[in-house]
Design a protein around this ligand. Sequence first.
Ligand SMILES: Nc1ncnc2c1ncn2[C@@H]1O[C@H](COP(=O)(O)OP(=O)(O)OP(=O)(O)O)[C@@H](O)[C@H]1O
Ligand SMILES: [Mg+2]
Length: 270
Amino acid sequence: MLTAPTHARAAGSGVGIDVRNVSKTYVTRSAGSMLALAPVDLSLRPGEFVSIVGPSGCGKSTLLLIVAGLLSATQGEIRIDGERLTKPLTDVGIVFQDDLLLDFRTTLDNVLLQSDIRRAPDRPEAEATARGLLRQLGLEGAERKYPHQLSGGMRQRASLARALVHDPSILLMDEPFGALDALTRTQMRRDLEQLWLERQKTVLFITHGVEEAVGLSDRVIVMSPSPGRIVEDITVELPRPRPVELGDDRAYTEYTDRIYRIFHDHGVLR
Ligand SMILES: Nc1ncnc2c1ncn2[C@@H]1O[C@H](COP(=O)(O)OP(=O)(O)OP(=O)(O)O)[C@@H](O)[C@H]1O
Ligand SMILES: [Mg+2]
């Protein structure tokens, strides 16, 4: 039975996500069956920013794809705003490590890709939104440039604008800053926090970066090595907006130290 949404909300603001007892076993001809994700229970409140950190291969991307409705779970279910997910989510923006921009479209046209594919009647409105987002993300002047004329950071900003242009309630990010240099990555963290504070999307953010996870999140979910399961769910009570450089902040380093200790205890770090 479907559960009715439990709260009224403004369009585009976050919705709750429930991951209930979700596991994934991949079956391949060459390697047989492989448990990639042990049963996971996880709830995100509307507008919450939650990160997942865990070692390579523990099933983070698998979980994200299941939440997006792009991959079926072997067991368990996803509920979005109380309703069981049975097909790919549409009220979502997804950002991957690779920006996946199309080389033959300008920055602006990349952001408007979905709108053009759907031949949306509101193109002028979408274009105004896209231009506003690009401006907010520091890409004013890059609208008519092609991806090869942009830096890695600029490309990833364009891909973030593309994910947000239809004002989705949910933002799923899989190591979005993984390919960027440290400085650009820090700036992106700050800009993402700013966007999130203004727009209140529900964000599921996957990263290998312990500092990045603590710096951005309301909660950090720590996963064990493969087959991944949740070993800690840590609420981060640092005030926002958080400074670019949290470096020596005592409360901040207590969180990061705690996560590194968990990795150490699970043999991820020696
Ligand atoms: N389509 C697939 N078929 C078979 N096995 C897969 C498939 N996708 C992923 N796997 C395996 O499932 C496990 C989890 O993969 P997943 O990509 O979810 O890990 P991850 O935590 O995102 O890793 P990383 O941090 O390296 O991105 C890995 O052992 C991987 O090899
Ligand atoms: Mg991954």
